[in-house]
Design a protein around this ligand. Structure first.
Ligand SMILES: [Zn+2]
Length: 400
């Protein structure tokens, strides 16, 4: 493991960065305790009451001005700490997720994100005498389902941010990532009940429509681009074998790495759903949830984070070619953002698994959590202390 407490006098702003690293080290017991507590008490999307309360209390104890709940989500946090050099500096967002996976626990390791985000925020607060602007900690619920960050964006909680930073645990360390646009699609067919033996010709079979849709989707898949996905389950398919089902519902997900192609996919999916309704004389309702977008990796922030990583001897292993989806991507359309991943285990341990869940509370994960806090805070220091970086990040953002 790299030496977390090492200082790097040749680095820009080395003195402030060294203070940040020392502040993380000084709070390491509290940071790791927070990670382990959240790991031991997994709460799914929108239900992160305990986790968000622990994080909010810890920030309050460090003199952050804390809103919890924040906006329309009970488990969202917005906590601010002002730099002592006035309000004319940038506003840098430090984000933290804390939701778990139903039935699995912290199989995505978000406990380490909550703890490192807290660590980064308090480390920055400890050098606030040297910083202009505002440190804005955002506790962001519901990453695994429901795109909590989009709800927080709609609630205005990202307004005025100049950059959004976080860290995510992984089996590999890399700064850029290319998550797929993704959303949930609810499909409901409505037909007409009838006795399945005595007068089936009077019925309209909603399950038949659903089976046709699954057939169409299966055939469609062979022509989809390799970077797109469609997958689903049937939730309701009738109540008894001797009743023609009048209602069938399914939960699909569509994903793509290309937003224009994604819109084409949605149009085609809707057409297939309608076609199955037409074929079975049923009606269909297709509801798109709105969801995660594709990620705009801000190169200026990527290079800053990579340089801070390199100072600790961590090499960027390159983009993850097999991305899922994340609502951090939505943030990247609102302000300059990055989604760096750092390894908490050996390469090859799959995400969303028992193995990854167990890895998220090991000494190695703890080390990564502390280092992530330092790296995120040091990247924020670059932005706070050199307005040219903030300007360049925005120039790139505006150029698209
Ligand atoms: Zn995750």
């Amino acid at each position: 493991m790299p030496d977390r407490t090492a200082t790097h006098p040749s680095e820009p702003f080395a003195d402030v960065k060294a203070r940040v690293a020392a502040a993380v080290e000084a709070a390491s017991t509290e940071i790791i305790d927070l990670s382990h507590r959240i790991h031991a008490n997994p709460e799914p999307a929108f239900e992160e009451r305990q986790a968000s309360t622990w994080v909010a209390e810890a920030l309050r104890a460090r003199d952050f001005e804390v809103q919890h709940p924040a906006g329309s989500l009970d488990t969202a946090i917005r906590a601010v700490y002002r730099g002592r050099r006035g309000d004319d500096g940038p506003r840098i967002g430090i984000l933290a997720e804390y939701d778990a996976l139903p039935g699995l626990g912290h199989g995505c390791g978000h406990n380490t994100m909550a703890a490192s985000g807290f660590g980064a925020a308090i480390a920055l607060a400890s050098v606030a005498d040297a910083l202009p602007g505002e440190i804005v900690f955002l506790g962001t619920p519901a990453e695994e389902r429901g795109s909590g960050k989009q709800i927080m964006i709609n609630d205005g909680l990202f307004a005025g941010l100049d950059a959004a930073l976080l860290y995510h645990p992984c089996d590999r360390s890399h700064v850029e990532s290319h998550p797929l646009a993704s959303e949930d699609v609810e499909v409901v067919y409505s037909g007409l009940q009838a006795h399945a033996a005595s007068d089936p010709w009077r019925g309209k079979n909603a399950l038949d429509a659903m089976i046709l849709l699954f057939g169409s989707v299966g055939l469609w898949r062979q022509q989809l681009r390799p970077t797109s996905r469609v997958h689903g389950i049937i939730r309701e398919g009738g109540t008894a074998a001797n009743i023609i089902p009048d209602r069938a519902s399914a939960w699909f997900m569509l994903r793509s790495d290309d937003l224009a192609y994604y819109d084409e996919m949605k149009a085609r999916f809707s057409a297939m759903a309608e076609a199955a309704a037409l074929a079975t004389d049923t009606t269909v309702e297709v509801t798109y949830s709105g969801g995660a977008m594709t990620m705009r990796n801000n190169r200026v922030l990527v290079e800053l984070f990579r340089a801070n990583m390199a100072a600790y001897g961590i090499e960027d292993m390159g983009d993850d070619p097999n991305a899922g989806s994340t609502d951090m991507a939505n943030v990247s359309w609102v302000c300059p953002a990055i989604h760096p991943d750092l390894a908490i285990c050996d390469e090859g341990v799959p995400g969303h698994s028992i193995a990854f869940r167990d890895a998220a509370a090991t000494p190695r994960a703890d080390e990564t959590t502390l280092l992530a806090a330092t790296l995120v805070a040091q990247t924020a220091v670059d932005l706070f202390l050199d307005p040219a970086f903030v300007e360049a990040a925005w120039a790139e953002f505006r150029a698209g």
